[in-house]
Design a protein around this ligand. Structure first.
Ligand SMILES: Cc1cc2nc3c(=O)[nH]c(=O)nc-3n(C[C@H](O)[C@H](O)[C@H](O)COP(=O)(O)OP(=O)(O)OC[C@H]3O[C@@H](n4cnc5c(N)ncnc54)[C@H](O)[C@@H]3O)c2cc1C
Length: 550
């Protein structure tokens, strides 16, 4: 059996290694048009910033390694230029010599990845304009910085790659401006979580321009669509990627609705003996079962392994993705998994959200707060998604949520997880458990939450309501929601006796705990509609910055 794989980064090399583990006799050849293989694209921002000192650390393997360890032939600077599925042949161009030759396969694997998408703007071909997709791009950026010592940079797009590069350029002393077309940064997050990220980026001295787009790039500057001109010695276009599908289309391979290659859960395309994996394929969502395109290294490795297994007769099957992602911006960690609130609503769920603000460990052990947004389905109680912004310990919480959502946990299940506790690591009830408790209270225990946005709408609706700030007077004096009355929780039992029990009441404290205690008092006194403000005054005041909706 002769297996030909196109592309030798994450997916292609994983497919080859797995195929070899299953089958000692197959001939396995990978054609790669680039000169680098099997590198860590994810580490590239840290080489630009100097944290990774040598590019070699990101490229630990070469073709000789694959030949000796796996008996896999990798031919670099060889581009597959066409495919004949009927004859089961590929046409390959040697990019060094220009020679073109034909090779034949029994099984063919597309692992062609994705390319940086460049917006149609005048001036993107300038010598100081970059994308960051591969080692060649990374080297160009590093060489430019070393040679030109830029003072200012503009990054277009605020996805995780743009933000990781932002942090690294800032670390080199370069003034960075982020330009984002949407009204918020980090497009994957809900806007009420993105405000924390934006605030943190700005706190670290980066200029953030949301609802802004670039209309032209000129030498040394970027022109925005509102006419504003920003100095920019260098520009990074970080505006997403698109799957490499030209060869697939030419071969009659079907694409999915996202525009990436459609595969089944064994990584087979619609064309016999052609498989596909990695960033060139469409995946499906674990929660909705619907197609999505999330080009991630984690998934490329997984789907590469499945392709390699499947084409050698193995039984591995793909089980979907949750769109899980995590990145660091300065000392903040941002992570998400599953459906966002926006996506859940679009999918037709009756959504319950909560904003849980808790330290990762006791404050006496140096704990720092994280904000967890939980998104659940009111009808079934199933957890649908989670977003977290915080510092230490965000990574382990997100992975607990990933596991819980994957195994279809209901919100009430989270409290019962036997999570590890000792003061250096966690709190007695972990923030994950609190998230479940808050959502369970809201969905199943008659303790509804009101979001900051819903409260804003209520305030402006003209409907009657009682907004009760249940904190101590000293805290109320410092800051409070304009229309709130201060009734500290300890006085609420008596004070509320004269209130109209039919009017909507909303309680709040700093983060939600005392607000919930106040809510319990009113509900137990027979009030009909009592809400606790999700995330308390702390979250409301962040939302009230209004910069997320500008
Ligand atoms: C800066 C950056 C940071 C990232 N950080 C993370 C992260 O933190 N976490 C995460 O999960 N993911 C991250 N990713 C994404 C991750 O790197 C990709 O998902 C992963 O590289 C995809 O692997 P792949 O093999 O499918 O595709 P690619 O890496 O795109 O490789 C495909 C290869 O195929 C070759 N090829 C294409 N067409 C042909 C042809 N016709 N003939 C021969 N060769 C061809 C290309 O030259 C390319 O080398 C990051 C990406 C970048 C750019």
């Amino acid at each position: 059996m002769r297996i030909i794989i196109i592309g030798a980064v994450a997916a292609g090399t994983s497919a080859a290694a797995k195929a070899r583990r299953n089958n000692e006799d197959a001939e396995i050849v990978i054609y790669e048009k680039d000169s680098f293989i099997s590198y860590s694209g994810c580490g590239m921002p840290y080489y630009i910033g100097g944290e990774v000192e040598s590019a070699d650390e990101l490229i630990p393997r070469d073709p000789a390694f694959f030949k000796s360890k796996y008996n896999v032939e990798i031919l670099i600077l060889h581009e597959v230029i066409s495919i004949s599925p009927d004859k089961k042949t590929v046409e390959v161009k040697n990019l060094l010599t220009g020679d073109i030759f034909v090779d034949s396969y029994d099984k063919l694997v597309f692992a062609m990845g994705a390319s940086a998408s460049v917006p149609p703007i005048k001036g993107t071909d300038g010598a100081n304009v970059f994308t960051l997709r591969n080692i060649g791009d990374m080297t160009k950026i590093k060489v430019f910085i070393n040679a030109n010592n830029p003072k200012s940079a503009t990054i277009v797009g605020t996805g995780f790659i743009g933000l990781e590069v932002c942090e690294n350029l800032k670390g080199l002393g370069i003034e960075v401006t982020l330009v984002e077309m949407l009204p918020q940064v980090t497009p994957g997050l809900d806007s009420d979580m993105a405000v924390y990220v934006k605030e943190h980026i700005e706190k670290n001295g980066v200029t953030v321009l949301t609802s802004s787009s670039v209309s032209e790039i000129t030498e040394g500057s970027v022109v925005l669509s509102d006419g504003k001109i920003i100095d920019a010695d260098m520009i990074l276009l970080s505006t997403g990627v698109r799957p490499n599908t030209a060869l697939a289309k030419q071969a009659g391979v079907e694409l999915g609705i996202t525009g990436a290659i459609k595969v089944n859960n064994k990584m087979q395309t619609n064309v016999k003996d052609i498989y596909a994996c990695g960033d060139c394929i469409e995946q499906y969502h674990v929660v909705t079962g619907k197609p999505i395109y999330r080009p991630m290294g984690s998934t490329a490795n997984k789907t590469g392994r499945i392709a390699g297994d499947s084409l050698t007769g193995g039984s591995l099957e793909f089980k979907g993705v949750l769109g899980t992602g995590i990145f660091k911006i300065f000392d903040m960690t941002v992570a998400q998994t599953g459906l966002s609130e926006r996506e859940a609503i679009m999918q037709g769920y009756d959504v319950q959200v909560c904003h849980n603000i808790k330290p990762n460990k006791p404050e006496y052990m140096g704990g720092k707060e994280m904000v967890i947004k939980g998104i659940a389905d009111k009808a079934s109680g199933r957890l649908l998604g989670t977003q977290i912004v915080g510092f230490d310990g965000v990574d382990k919480r997100i992975d607990v949520f990933v596991t819980a959502i994957t195994f279809k946990a209901k919100v009430e299940d989270l409290f019962h997880l036997d999570l590890a506790y000792a003061p250096p690591f966690s709190t007695t009830k972990d923030p994950v458990m609190y998230t479940g408790m808050i959502l369970d209270n809201a969905i199943n225990k008659g303790r509804p939450l009101m979001t900051a946005q819903e409260l804003e709408e209520l305030i402006h609706s003209g409907e009657k309501y009682n907004l009760i700030d249940a904190r101590a007077s000293s805290q109320y004096e410092k800051n409070h929601i304009e229309t709130a009355d201060n009734i500290p929780q300890s006085k609420l039992r008596n004070a509320s006796k004269n209130f109209d029990k039919d009017i909507i009441a909303i309680t709040y404290c700093n983060k939600g705990v005392t607000g919930n205690a106040a809510q319990n008092i009113l509900i137990n006194q027979g009030f009909k509609k009592v809400y606790n403000l999700s995330g308390g005054h702390k979250h409301f005041s962040k939302m009230n910055l209004k910069d997320n909706t500008k």
